[in-house]
Write a protein that binds this ligand. Structure first.
Ligand SMILES: Nc1nc2c(c(=O)[nH]1)N[C@H]1C(S)=C(S)[C@@H](COP(=O)(O)O)O[C@H]1N2
Ligand SMILES: [Mo]
Length: 209
């Protein structure tokens, strides 16, 4: 009889314990994709030059300027209206860590086309809300259909990963992955040096295959 009573108490405790568990309303975040384990953004170390800036999405604009005849200024929603694409790309930082993430974004070529780029342009310079800059060759952006991502692992880009936008600079080291992008400048200067490039990092930044 004592045994039955204790089993009863155990069951009651288990049920009440379960009832206290918060019910999950679900998450959009995915943890694996086509058999590949993805990196959870929250586990990534944030190591930017000034810390993640606050972006007011109501007043936010992405400008396309430089050597163009028709500069553009997109709101967040206007960027999202462009055709979107996903890509599984690994971000490698020079410090040795990496992150495997399913990115979703728009093609940079789709954003700059309307600006009517001067044929002299061969370089794309990214400016960010924290004052960071970096550049990539225009030919590379076209050939690889480089994305400006607004989602990672199926959820809206978290602030630490560059909300609202990060450049998915595949095959290039992390310092080419501009986060919090506010301006895309078309240039004819392939020698342009961004924040880390000025401090000695290689301008090609190719990740060894
Ligand atoms: N705007 C901005 N973008 C940036 C950086 C930065 O400091 N500011 N850091 C770069 C570097 S060095 C890397 S490795 C990736 C990921 O940054 P994390 O090391 O802070 O995670 O973002 C890149 N993009
Ligand atoms: Mo980095």
């Amino acid at each position: 009889m004592r045994k039955i009573a204790s089993i009863f108490i155990l069951v009651v405790l288990l049920i009440s314990g379960c009832a206290k568990q918060p019910k999950s309303l679900g998450t959009n975040e995915i943890t694996d994709y086509q058999g590949q384990k993805l990196t959870v953004a929250a586990t990534l170390r944030e190591n930017s030059i000034k810390g993640p800036p606050d972006i007011n999405i109501e007043t936010y604009r992405l400008r396309i300027d430089g050597l163009v005849s028709s500069p553009q200024s997109y709101s967040y929603d206007e960027v999202l209206q462009k055709p979107s694409f996903t890509k599984l790309v690994i971000l490698h930082c020079v410090e040795g860590w990496d992150a495997t993430i399913l990115w979703e974004g728009v093609k940079i070529t789709d954003l700059i086309a309307a600006a009517q780029i001067d044929p002299k342009c061969d370089t794309v310079i990214f400016h960010s809300a924290d004052g960071y800059t970096t550049s990539l060759p225009l030919a590379y952006i076209k050939e690889k259909s480089i994305l400006l991502a607004f989602k990672e692992n199926s959820q809206v880009l978290p602030k630490t990963l560059g909300y609202p936008f990060i450049v998915v600079a595949e095959d290039k080291y992390g310092y080419k992955w501009a986060r919090w992008v506010t301006e895309i400048e078309l240039s004819d200067n392939p020698q342009y040096q961004g924040y880390w490039e000025k401090r000695g990092y290689n301008n090609q930044a190719d990740f060894p295959k």
